[in-house]
Design a protein around this ligand. Structure first.
Ligand SMILES: Nc1ncnc2c1ncn2[C@@H]1O[C@H](COP(=O)(O)OP(=O)(O)OP(=O)(O)O)[C@@H](O)[C@H]1O
Length: 307
């Protein structure tokens, strides 16, 4: 059967031209002595302004490496990475300092590494504002506003040792947001917390996304956490492999969730292992284009294209 395919557009827009976060065939290779580790192996990812996404994946799949690149603390080996118009591959030292101070906020898993043991919450949130040269009255108002928004106004005068793990992490989020970044990156922010406290911290991230409009990218191992965001991106072997999109329940329709395979810019799609095993697909498959789908068959199948 011959299908009439629409002609491809003559000029397709640049990849991710309208996205806030763009990773384009991103590669990060760590070289230590004789061993080479390919932590990111050509990863593509787009995040739109105002989105909140969860990144999931097995240990060692490259999640933290990706976050470090996006945070501007590590540089890719090859490929492209752009956040809010800043090219992370080709950034001067000066631009990198500005980027890390004003464009992104970073929350680490280890609560202790986000805070300063001898400073109160108020003083810790004030620190990045002071470094950025913000006038005193503005600093005071911003600090109070953030601590209130994150539900830790009562911790303003407490040091880390005087707060629970969940309170410490919510203060850490306030610190990361002090200079009004457009993107908040959080690497397993609930990893050290029990499930109830983790839900509170995750709720705080959602508040930040909703109330301040910050784009949030959160790495998590917690399936419950990833079940609460509209989009969960799975990373496997340093590449994005699948995405789950969820829609909220409304008065008229129940919430839905659907898993998609990710297709990269070269058209590559990774077939889930269960599918390959079920049909014993190995190195070659038969492809056939139909009106509204593409069919994949085993190369040993004796059916022709139209079967
Ligand atoms: N500084 C480094 N030097 C050498 N190899 C590294 C370095 N950082 C990470 N790696 C390796 O890169 C790969 C990806 O690591 P990464 O920390 O990004 O994974 P991850 O998905 O965040 O894992 P986890 O969930 O355990 O934190 C791993 O094989 C890791 O051992």
């Amino acid at each position: 059967m011959v299908l009439n395919l629409p002609a491809p557009p003559r000029h397709s827009p640049e990849f991710g031209h309208d996205a806030l976060v763009v990773c384009d065939n991103l590669v990060r290779i760590y070289q230590s002595e004789a061993v080479e580790v390919q932590a990111l192996q050509g990863l593509d990812l787009l995040v739109q302004e105002g989105e909140m996404i969860a990144l999931v994946g097995a240990s060692g799949s490259g999640k933290s490496t990706l976050l470090k690149v996006l945070a501007g603390v590590d540089s890719p080996t090859a490929g492209g990475a752009r956040v809010a118009g800043h090219d992370l591959v080709d950034m001067s030292r000066r631009e990198r300092v500005h980027y890390r101070r004003h464009v992104v906020g970073f929350v680490r898993q280890q609560t202790a590494r986000n805070l300063v043991p001898y400073l109160s919450s108020r003083q810790t949130v004030d620190l990045p504002l002071t470094i950025a040269g913000t006038p005193r009255a503005e600093r005071r108002a911003r600090t109070a506003e953030l601590l209130e928004l994150l539900g830790v106004g009562h911790c303003a005068d407490r040091r880390p040792a005087e707060m629970s793990g969940g309170e410490q992490q919510r203060v850490s989020i306030a610190v990361a947001l002090a200079n009004g970044p457009r993107v908040l990156l959080a690497d397993e922010p609930t990893g050290e917390l029990d499930s109830e406290t983790a839900a509170e911290v995750f709720g705080a991230l959602r508040t930040v996304n909703r109330e301040l409009g910050a784009t949030v990218v959160v790495v998590t191992h917690d399936a419950e956490v990833s079940g609460q965001v509209a989009r969960t991106v799975a990373i496997r072997d340093g590449r994005t492999s699948s995405e789950v999109l969820r829609s909220d329940e409304t008065a008229d329709a129940p919430g839905r969730s659907e898993e998609f395979a990710v297709m990269d810019r070269a058209g590559r799609v990774q077939l889930p292992r269960e599918y390959r095993e079920a049909l014993d697909l190995t190195s070659r498959v038969r492809l056939a284009l139909a009106e509204d789908h593409i069919r994949i068959r085993s190369d040993r199948s004796d059916h022709g294209e139209d079967a």
